[in-house]
Design a protein around this ligand. Structure first.
Ligand SMILES: Nc1ncnc2c1ncn2[C@@H]1O[C@H](COP(=O)(O)OS(=O)(=O)O)[C@@H](OP(=O)(O)O)[C@H]1O
Length: 942
């Protein structure tokens, strides 16, 4: 039945379809009609339902939320003197002041490295200076001032391009001998000194600097600062404007001089009369008068005319953001450009999860239009700039109709942007161990990209929550390559999220991983007024703070943002437009952009040393643990390692330890047998999943068990200590030492058995006495490989630089041969292995072999193979004599090392040093560390 009104008539169809017409005067009577009342009620109910549905729609579209946000979004506003005055010249003509060129014509023999003198290793400015150098990848050597000087030259080359003093007074008060050496170095190698004048005393003072025609004054309050646009120091730094307030600096030192060697770099304005605190002013409408002020020099260049050494002096530390830039420029100036970096910075802004977000926090059509506009504005500042959009197709059209409309609009503008894939449903790849399942997710997303005709940037992908990129989940890398042909990704997590300045890149399994930066915006950071910690914090980050310094210090910047950052308040566009404008105002840096693959090539060309990763321990970082497969466990990593060196009895110790019921070794590798040689060779590139796969999975029986591995070439591998320390920082390290001459001889015979050409061609004596510079290559190499590992002290010091002595266990290899039972029993105690296993019942001396061998449960002996305990003629006395002399300095250092660590001196070492007749001096009890091992022969006690 339908109803309609027509000119006062009520026309209705009855149930039989006949049309009934009621005249107007009948209407009143109709009100009393119960059918009419019922209909009215029905109509009212219908109306209510429609209203509820309409309200529901309105609420779900997100428009309501949109209406609640402040009408005024933050508007980009970067005051800057130069854009307005450029070419018009009322202030300065900035057109004239191009970035200074610091490189001179002279060929300077200088390393691009800084020498940084700090007051103490914990002093705050010293720490900030070191951190800033690290962030800018500037190599430096840190020294505590007041101690002796480091070696300054190497083969006629200056080792440092600039000398920095955290406290310049320490340079001034250096003893004359050291000051003389340092100044001589600076003059001869044309190196400058950069110093900070730490304020001394509380009140305003004035004093002269000893030895210089220069006086300093201290001010506890300055009004504003500005740069000298004519300063030849300014290279990265551009005098953007007059700036205040001045960061966290409490006190300023200013400089005064009449000598022409001194030139201002930065000025501050100091008040001429005491300031009236604002709360004491009569009223807001009657603010205190602008105080009269005087300009003082706060950063000073000494051109070196006075004493031949150029210097740059800072009247305040890095608490004032501009000083970060001036420090870089100062180092560049004083090192004649040896410590200069390029002025180009690359910028890529990823918008992850372009379809992922809660309703109400998603883009609506005006946001999309604004995103396109913001991109156009950014393009005028960063040529070719495009937002890089990450998508999970499974979330497409999951918003309200209005939000879905925005996605349609975004896809309409698809060619304006770059696009890259996430997972289809935004799932975390580390939670899927099966490559096929991961590939299936990716294939869905790929189909989506094809259907939508997305202009894929190609070869770049990002994993949701960084999962699987680092710590590496091998199936992700494999699936990425097979489905998308991924060649580049990025993460914030390598080596760790914090501190951001230490984030680095690496290459794994053919995929280049770039470091990713954050701009302070996360999925929930959407409203300017509600920015966590206050909007001032965001402004500070943009205007000289963290975001600004990130852009300055990173040549390649890949930023992570999210879709919701471009909805609501559109903070994402605000932040990047402001940051880019601020950077352009205050620096001469040129911002450029490139697609990810090109960026990755640029990055690894700049930093080739970063290509090889250093695998960290996922269990040492809570965040890493969260994005690590539940099926992986750090219990599958070894507790201790036998690190070598080769030919010292490592196989014997390995096989004897393996008898212990609580100790398990790795399973054999098809290529390198019982040795995995993970940390020392190309296996390291295979990653930690590969390494862990050789160890038994955790047992369910609650029994404590100890895992270990032995690879005898770890001992002298250059990168090995660092790699082991990164993955196994609390591992115990066992090293076995025998006379280095004997080790060399054993290794020579080992090489002959393995048909090493040079070993077969040359006698042992010829090999060890070969000229390391002029001998044929094969001989030279053999010479080095035979002799190098015997530099015991040198190698042990490299391990000790990273591991505490308690984790290093030195085993006397001669004692291991003669009394392995004692050695193993003692080692169990040192390594705190439970339960104790008495080896007396499990090892037996076998005359035929000439060594101890295992005894099995049937009382049968099992000796090591023929390759261990070979028969070869004794070493010629001439070779022995040569080697004793060759190793003499190293053996002397080893003796000292033993004493330092609290070990008794083994008899073979005394023999090698020719000191066996002297009494082994008793080590005072208090010097003997817990590490003392009775498995060392102590001739003193014999
Ligand atoms: N119990 C037992 N059985 C056999 N051999 C023993 C044993 N204990 C120590 N040694 C000595 O170990 C030397 C081999 O050292 P490595 O096992 O470290 O060699 S390798 O680097 O793994 O190739 C080997 O060197 P060579 O004598 O030159 O063959 C042995 O002297």
């Amino acid at each position: 039945m339908s109803t309609s009104t027509s000119r006062g008539s009520l026309i209705s169809d009855d149930v039989n379809g006949r049309r009934r017409v009621a005249k107007g005067h009948h209407i009143f009577h109709s009100f009393l009609n119960p059918i009419f009342v019922f209909r009215l009620l029905l109509a009212f109910l219908l109306l209510s339902l429609v209203s509820i549905l309409a309200l529901g729609y309105y609420v779900s579209t997100g428009r309501h939320y949109y209406a609640t946000i402040p009408l005024s979004r933050p508007v980009v506003n970067v005051p800057c003197a130069w854009p307005q005055t450029r070419g018009q010249g009322p202030m300065w003509d900035y057109g004239k002041y191009l970035p200074a060129v610091h490189e001179g014509k002279a060929q300077l023999r200088l390393d691009p490295r800084a020498l940084l003198f700090v007051t103490t290793t914990h002093s705050s400015l010293g720490k900030s200076l070191a951190e800033w150098l690290v962030a800018n990848r500037i190599r430096y050597k840190l020294e505590v001032a007041g101690k002796s000087l480091p070696v300054l030259t190497n083969e006629g080359k200056g080792k440092f391009g600039v000398i920095i003093f955290e406290n310049f007074y320490q340079y001034l008060h250096m003893d004359s001998w050291h000051r003389g050496i340092l100044d001589k170095y600076c003059r001869e190698y044309q190196v400058g000194v950069l110093g900070f004048l730490a304020p001394q005393g509380e009140n305003v003072f004035s004093s002269s600097l000893p030895g210089f025609p220069l006086s300093v004054e201290l001010y506890s309050h300055v009004l504003r600062a500005e740069l000298n646009p004519e300063s030849r120091v300014l290279r990265i730094t551009r005098p953007g404007d007059v700036v205040s307030p001045l960061g966290t600096v409490q006190k300023w030192v200013t400089f005064r001089s009449n000598h022409s060697t001194y030139k201002p770099v930065e000025w501050v304005h100091v008040p001429l009369e005491p300031l009236i605190p604002f709360d004491q002013a009569k009223s807001i409408s009657d603010p205190p008068p602008v105080p009269r002020s005087e300009q003082k020099i706060s950063v000073l260049l000494d051109e070196g005319q006075y004493d031949g050494i150029p210097r740059i002096l800072f009247g305040a530390g890095l608490g004032f953001w501009l000083h970060h830039l001036l420090l870089l420029d100062g180092m560049s100036y004083l090192s004649h450009g040896r410590l200069s970096d390029s002025l180009t910075r690359y910028l890529l802004v990823d918008i992850d999860d372009i379809f992922v977000g809660k309703s109400g926090f998603r883009l609506i059509p005006p946001d999309v239009l604004e995103l396109v506009e913001a991109q156009r504005r950014l393009q005028s500042l960063v040529p070719g700039f495009r937002f890089n959009l990450g998508f999970s197709g499974g979330f497409h059209h999951r918003g309200t109709p209005y939000e879905d409309e925005a996605e349609d609009l975004l896809l309409y503008y698809k060619d304006e942007f770059w696009w890259f894939p996430h997972m289809w449903t935004h799932m975390q790849p580390h939670s899927v161990d099966n490559i096929t399942a991961l590939e299936a997710h990716m294939v869905f997303n790929k189909q989506f990209a094809v259907e939508q005709g997305l202009p894929m940037n190609g070869s770049y992908a990002i994993a949701p929550h960084h999962s699987g990129v680092y710590p590496v989940h091998e199936p992700l890398y494999e699936a990425w390559k097979s489905v998308w042909g991924v060649e580049v990704t990025a993460t914030e997590e390598y080596p760790h999220l914090r501190p951001p300045r230490l984030r680095r890149g690496f290459i794994h399994n053919g995929i280049k991983v770039l470091p990713r930066q954050t701009c302070g915006l996360y999925t929930h950071t959407n409203l300017y007024e509600e920015f966590p910690g206050g909007k001032e914090k965001l402004e500070e980050s943009i205007r000289g703070g963290e975001l600004f310094l990130t852009l300055v210090s990173n040549r390649v910047n890949v930023f992570m943002t999210h879709m919701s950052n471009y909805a609501l308040d559109r903070l994402g566009s605000y932040v990047f437009e402001s940051a880019v404008q601020f950077l352009r105002c205050w620096t001469n840096l040129r911002l450029e952009t490139r697609p990810p693959l090109q960026l990755a090539d640029i990055y690894f060309d700049l930093y080739p040393e970063e290509q090889d990763p250093i695998w960290g321990n996922p269990c040492q970082d809570k965040r890493h643990l969260e994005i690590w497969s539940k099926n992986k466990s750090c219990e599958r990593l070894p507790n201790f390692l036998i690190i070598g060196p080769q030919k010292t009895g490592t196989t014997a110790l390995y096989s004897f330890l393996s008898i212990h019921p609580a100790i398990s070794s790795n399973r054999d590798s098809p290529e390198t047998f019982e040795e995995l040689q993970f940390f020392s060779g190309k296996n390291y590139q295979k990653g930690i999943d590969w390494y862990m796969s050789f160890f038994p999975p955790p047992a369910n029986d609650n029994e404590t068990r100890y895992l270990f591995e032995k690879s005898a070439n770890y001992f002298d591998g250059t990168l090995v200590p660092q790699r082991v320390h990164a993955l196994l920082p609390s591992a115990h390290l066992i090293t076995i030492l025998i006379p280095p001459s004997k080790r060399a001889y054993s290794w020579y015979h080992h090489q002959r058995v393995h048909n090493d050409k040079a070993a077969l061609e040359f006698s042992f004596h010829e090999v060890i006495t070969a000229n390391p510079r002029h001998a044929p290559r094969a001989l030279r190499e053999l010479h080095n490989r035979i002799l190098q590992p015997g530099m015991y002290a040198h190698h042990l010091e490299r391990w000790l630089a990273l591991f505490p002595p308690q984790q290093l266990h030195l085993v006397d290899g001669e004692r291991l041969k003669s009394d392995p039972i004692l050695v193993l029993n003692q080692l169990q105690t040192e390594l705190k292995i439970r339960p104790f296993f008495d080896y007396a019942n499990h090892l037996k001396y076998v005359d035929q072999k000439g060594f101890y061998c295992q005894v099995d449960s049937l009382n049968k002996t099992k000796c090591l193979g023929q390759g261990k305990g070979r028969n070869y003629p004794p070493m010629e006395s001439a070779s022995l004599k040569f080697l004793r002399e060759y190793y003499q300095p190293e053996n002397t250092a080893l003796e000292k090392l033993f004493k330092r660590l609290g070990y008794p001196i083994p008899s073979w070492l005394e023999e090698e040093l020719g000191t066996e007749s002297q009494n082994n001096p008793q080590i005072p009890a208090e010097e003997i560390s817990n590490n003392v091992s009775s498995h060392w022969e102590n001739p003193g006690s014999q």
